[in-house]
Design a protein. Sequence first.
Length: 302
Amino acid sequence: MKLPKKVEIIEVCPRDGFQNIKTPISTETKIEIINKLVDCGFNWIEATSFINPKAIPQMADAAEVLKNAKEKHADKVGFIALALNLIGAQRAIEAGADAITYVVSASEKHNFENTRRTIDQSINEFIQVCKIKENVKVRFSIATALECPFAGTIDPSRVVQLVEAGLAVGADEVVLADTTGTANPVQIEALLSILIFRFPKVPFILHIHDTQGMGLANVLTALDFGINRFETAAAGLGGCPYAPGAAGNIATEDLVNMMHKMGIATGIDYANIIDVARYIAKKLEIPLVGHMARLTSCQASN
Ligand code: ZN
């Protein structure tokens, strides 16, 4: 097995996690949790989403959350904000985002459900986003890159076309999202073997859900292809409002544990992220779904 010495874990709980919780979370609580996550040692945290508050009311305070996070932690952490269109990206830039995750789905139906746009329309708006980005890093995120709740298994050639389109107009990074959390390691291998061959210099990021318990196995497969950046959520929160039944992301603390036990550095304080995961579950009154945070004694790694 080919393993790196270090991986980077991008924490997405405040976006992917919170946006899937129906009960309103106060702005104060969101900021409090982001503060705790910052202390764990992440380089990047996806803090919020600039989407239509009518579609997802939980994200209506996006600007306030992001501005607050930036004011307190701009010197330590880069903050990412999600956008589905030009207006969202403009709002994210105005609020001080260091990076934007711009989402386009590989599946036409999922893209429409998520953005009310065709894939071509989303890409056309992405061209505009790249024109206004200035110093903001633009991450082209391909949702349903492997499986779609509406279209089923996605042909890797579809993803190749999208990667090409995103890079051609100025994407700084490409995120591959197993939005439904139903992809298996063989599918990850099939997709990555094509992408790495076609785009050997592009540092892909994997965004993984764990609906069928295959998330960590998918990480392992991706490591073998040289992928060393992963998006996960503390306490295993997350989901997709337009991918019915999708469970949370891999719990960050579980991935940190696995990496440390395999001798791979993450830069994350394990004891601290366990505490934060437990705090999130208690504060939001949700069950703990991660493996490690449920253990009463954690003889895990640092
Ligand atoms: Zn997700």
